[in-house]
Design a protein around this ligand. Structure first.
Ligand SMILES: CC(C)(COP(=O)(O)OP(=O)(O)OC[C@H]1O[C@@H](n2cnc3c(N)ncnc32)[C@H](O)[C@@H]1OP(=O)(O)O)[C@@H](O)C(=O)NCCC(=O)NCCS
Length: 229
């Protein structure tokens, strides 16, 4: 690679503190480990996102395609100040979330994608990225938008987000703000999890990011609807 030109192409990067992993006990008793993804994890995360781009239901296609591009952009140093958290159950990847820091104070929430349904895994992952922005990075506000009705219910309604002027980075949609005050108002109800993650659990998560087969991912997302065909 021509590093001389590359230096001009790469956006600058802010130093941010790491996100300490946590474990959320799901309604089924399953243990969801939420931890930070590193840039080198991206190729494996892309494998899990790829099949979702084929699914129209619940807007997985647009969310999957955009998330794929954002993660690849981060991997290839073409997106500025992005972070990514992932959720794993027994090592299996079940969801991914990402955010871009517009500045020290302002976050731009990008995407939340869950490939295991019905357990609020997406909701826990979204809460974790807000926890990271407010409690570890120290941001004042995060701008959020929704691409699906489920997303609108989960974020705009559950967090009582405030409609803001202007355009969100995601296609110019209406931005909604989660302020630090609102985050702390809803924290006890919406942000779950315990730290530290027991050593054995963390070791399983860190040993391998397991990605389900494309068929299994489609089956999980489409559920009964797919079986009817
Ligand atoms: C939005 C999203 C992250 C929320 O994840 P989540 O909190 O784990 O929630 P689920 O998707 O499991 O369930 C959402 C609702 O659909 C229902 N549902 C839909 N399909 C389901 C399935 N196959 N199995 C079980 N429940 C299902 C759930 O019962 C739930 O109802 P509720 O809102 O009354 O609780 C997830 O739906 C997703 O990845 N969607 C596609 C991408 C997207 O829209 N991202 C957000 C962009 S703003």
């Amino acid at each position: 690679m021509d590093m001389e030109v590359e230096e001009y192409l790469r956006p600058p990067e802010m130093e941010i503190p790491p996100y300490p992993p946590k474990v959320v006990t799901l309604a089924t008793g399953g243990k969801l480990v939420i931890r930070q993804a590193s840039r080198s994890d991206v190729p494996i995360l892309l494998e899990a996102v790829r099949p979702t781009m084929k699914v129209e239901r619940d807007f997985y296609d647009i969310v999957g395609a955009r998330l794929y591009a954002e993660l690849l952009g981060w991997y290839r140093h073409r997106v500025r100040d992005e972070f990514c958290l992932m959720g794993q159950i027994d090592g299996l990847l079940v969801g991914v979330v990402n955010t871009r820091l517009y500045s020290r104070d302002l976050g731009i929430s990008l995407h939340t994608l869950a490939t295991e349904r019905g357990l609020r895994i997406g909701a826990h992952l979204f809460a974790a990225k807000m926890e990271y922005s407010f409690e570890y990075i120290g941001q004042e506000e995060v701008l959020i938008t929704a691409e699906s009705p489920i997303g609108f219910r989960r974020w705009m309604i559950e967090y009582e987000l405030i409609e803001r002027e202007g355009q969100h980075e995601l296609g110019g949609a209406t931005p909604y703000g989660l302020t630090k005050e609102l985050y702390y108002k809803h924290k006890d109800r919406l942000v779950a999890g315990e730290r530290p993650v027991p050593e054995e659990l963390l070791a399983v998560a860190e040993k391998e990011i397991i990605v389900a087969s494309e068929d299994d991912i489609l089956e999980k997302i489409l559920g009964a609807k797919r079986r009817e065909r």
